[in-house]
Design a protein around this ligand. Structure first.
Ligand SMILES: Nc1ncnc2c1ncn2[C@@H]1O[C@H](COP(=O)(O)OP(=O)(O)OP(=O)(O)O)[C@@H](O)[C@H]1O
Ligand SMILES: [Mg+2]
Length: 274
């Protein structure tokens, strides 16, 4: 099965994706996370996976066979990108890792492999010639035992093949009109639900989109003020190719491992400092 996570930067994709990994990695024979921003060490600390740092030396020396062997030794792996350009990451890491994972999934009748690709617009950009193997991952049939999860903040920049072939999508908040239009192309319900600033949303929508019967847009929840402001959860709409629609609030999602994502540095307007 293949799924896509999308939302604007800071909405909580990587946090929620990590929760999905925590739940699903143990269910597969092999699990590999292509950790573009090196933020999933929490899953290593919690004992779920082993951690390999992939720098220029590893990227140059390792191919499909090496990754396959690494996965046989450590069936659950976080591969953290270290000092690699997006091109090197895509061509010399993502492509061979995906090939290795698919090979393992096909190695015996009942084998299964889950591959997770965060910052997927770098692994599968719309405007670059993609290694066929990367595209191929999202198009493998259910029978093969390969699953994948892709996450990106830029729906407009990820390859169409990926968007077109996933079986479910989990989309959060967007404010740019280009992104919201792209969401509109991908979902069967009013795209305005994904704009946290939208007003007067249509009420003739499935009850599962509403909160206590009200049509309100997706929300992000924070605690604290100024520099102490922290995200504590956010809302998402999951929809699949069978027409199922669910609204999710990650304040209700439990995760054991810590997520080492960055809230980012804040900018302060002059004259408002206390
Ligand atoms: N449900 C939650 N509970 C606690 N913290 C959360 C939750 N959701 C998100 N966060 C925190 O909010 C911050 C932003 O989330 P995250 O890094 O997942 O955003 P993102 O959508 O992946 O952004 P980007 O596109 O920039 O990578 C992180 O510090 C993350 O740990
Ligand atoms: Mg992220």
């Amino acid at each position: 099965m293949h799924g896509l996570f999308g939302a604007k930067s800071g909405w909580g994709k990587s946090w929620y994706l990590q929760a999905w990994m925590e739940t699903n990695a143990p269910r597969y024979d092999y699990f590999v996370c292509l950790d573009y921003a090196d933020e999933y060490r929490g899953l290593v600390k919690s004992g779920l996976a082993a951690h390999y740092i992939i720098g220029p030396k590893e990227a140059a020396a390792w191919g499909v066979d090496e990754y396959e062997q690494a996965l046989r030794q450590n069936p659950r792996l976080i591969l953290a990108r270290h000092e690699l350009t997006p091109e090197v990451w895509r061509e010399q890491v993502v492509a061979p890792v995906i090939t290795a994972a698919r090979r393992l999934a096909q190695s015996s009748g009942s084998s299964s492999a889950l591959t997770v690709i965060d910052e997927a617009h770098w692994a599968a950009p719309q405007d670059a010639k993609l290694p066929d193997i990367i595209k191929g991952m999202a198009t493998t049939g259910r029978g093969e035992g390969s699953s994948s999860l892709w996450a990106t903040q830029r729906l407009t920049e990820i390859d169409e093949t990926i968007i077109g072939n996933v079986m479910f999508q989990i989309l959060g908040g967007y404010t740019a009109s280009g992104d919201l239009n792209k969401v509109g192309d991908a979902v069967e319900y009013p795209q305005e639900f994904h704009n946290p600033n939208a007003m007067n949303l249509p009420s003739a929508v499935p009850e599962s989109l509403k909160v206590d019967g009200d049509s309100i847009p997706l929300r992000k929840f924070t605690e604290g003020e100024g520099d102490d402001k922290q995200t504590i959860g956010s809302e998402w709409i999951q929809s699949d190719d069978e027409g199922e629609i669910t609204r999710i609030d990650t304040r209700n999602v439990q995760m054991e491992a810590t997520h080492y994502g960055d809230e980012g540095m804040k900018l302060i307007a002059p004259g408002t400092e206390d």
